[in-house]
Design a protein around this ligand. Structure first.
Ligand code: NDP
Length: 326
């Protein structure tokens, strides 16, 4: 018997409770992992509260990421005792996920634990941190120099945003953090390396098709009007690496930034990201994130606290990353 967070649906409503699962109930897969840590991401919030149609088959064990140790493996690449990370691939959505003491998955979905990392650190980074790194890598790949102006990070107090601020600052970029919670999080954002902090309201208002050029690049996890305004303010030849919809899935923009300023929109997906790019991103995260990051921007919770935190992440009340200890 293993302890798990179990989602069930009654009368169209998702209900989360702590329960037991057996080995025989685990889904198909060729590697079984003893999970020591998972993390809470925005998508977990959508799934656990039932706010988003993330889960279509119940009962489901949520948790879109986890880290732990291999208990058994029928795949040559993994041996008993190997330390592994999993993010994405529909785990915690269509396949039982990381919020359980044990998970059974496909070996192709696993990443070997990078050097200088452990399960707790890996999940303090988690899906959100990996995605932040993929956004930052896209900006590096676009050859945006460090001396051309500020990089705007939206939703800066969140998991993707806070990690992106730290990574960009570590690389020598000037970072402007946009947040709806400036009063509460100004100190944290500057500690993470933001050189300036602006109120979300500065961006969350109707924008002209082209506004004063302000940003060398943008990392956006918010979408909607905030992104639309940011796009109208990107420098000639700049880019926006976009990954999220915390502010909504709409994008009320025009073609003007793209056709008159050569701005490029770079879509970032971590769920189906190919293994070599993932491994490279984990290496970069290990090189770039200082030890202080893990103390500054992470909260640790128990499995029983997950439903409460899931509701809070959807309301935009969670700051930084949330580590779930199994
Ligand atoms: P968090 O909840 O940790 O962060 C989101 C942040 O966005 C909040 O902290 C808040 O920051 C801001 N925000 C919240 N609500 C609103 C709102 N209504 N309008 C504008 N801003 C808002 O979530 P994550 O960092 O885990 O994820 C962020 C987004 O990225 C989600 O949409 C998630 O689904 C997506 N994502 C996508 C991935 C991919 O592979 N493409 C992978 C990981 C995440 P503040 O208070 O500072 O304004």
């Amino acid at each position: 018997m293993y302890t798990a967070l179990i989602l069930e649906q009654h009368d169209g409503k998702t209900q989360a409770s702590i329960g037991n699962i057996t080995d025989a109930q685990l889904p198909a897969g060729n590697v079984t992992v003893k999970v020591s840590h998972s993390s809470l991401n925005y998508k977990d919030g959508l799934a656990i509260t039932g706010t988003g149609k993330i889960i279509r088959q119940f009962p489901m064990v949520p948790g879109i990421d986890f880290a732990g140790e291999v208990l058994s493996s029928a795949d040559k690449r993994y041996q008993v005792g190997d330390k592994v990370i999993l993010t994405g691939w529909g785990v915690g959505e269509t396949h039982w996920g990381g919020m359980a003491e044990v998970a059974r998955v496909d070996a192709d979905w696993l990443v070997p634990m990078p050097a200088n990392c452990d399960a707790a650190k890996a999940m303090m980074i988690g899906t959100a941190g990996l995605t932040a790194m993929l956004c930052v890598q896209a900006i590096l790949d676009a050859n945006i120099p460090t001396d051309t102006g500020e990089i705007l990070v939206t939703g800066a107090s969140g998991g993707v945003g806070s990690t992106a601020v730290r990574l960009l600052s570590q690389l020598g970029y000037q970072v402007c953090a946009s947040s709806g919670r400036v009063e509460q999080n100004h100190q944290l954002l500057t500690q993470l390396g933001a050189t300036s902090v602006i109120e979300r309201a500065e961006l969350d208002r109707p924008a002209k098709p082209l506004e004063k050029q302000r940003w060398a690049a943008v990392v956006d996890s918010v979408g909607n009007q905030v992104l639309a305004t940011a796009l109208s303010q990107i420098h000639y030849g700049g880019v926006a690496a976009i990954c999220g919809l915390a502010g909504g899935a709409a994008l009320p923009t025009t073609v003007m930034p793209f056709i008159l300023r050569g701005v490029n929109l770079l879509g970032i997906d971590s769920v189906n990201c190919p293994l070599p790019r993932r491994q490279q991103a984990w290496q970069s995260l290990m090189q770039l994130l200082p030890d202080s990051f893990y103390q500054q921007a992470c909260t640790t919770i128990e499995l029983a606290q997950v439903p409460e935190y899931a509701a809070r992440i959807i309301k935009g009340e969670v700051t930084g990353r949330t580590l779930v200890k199994l």
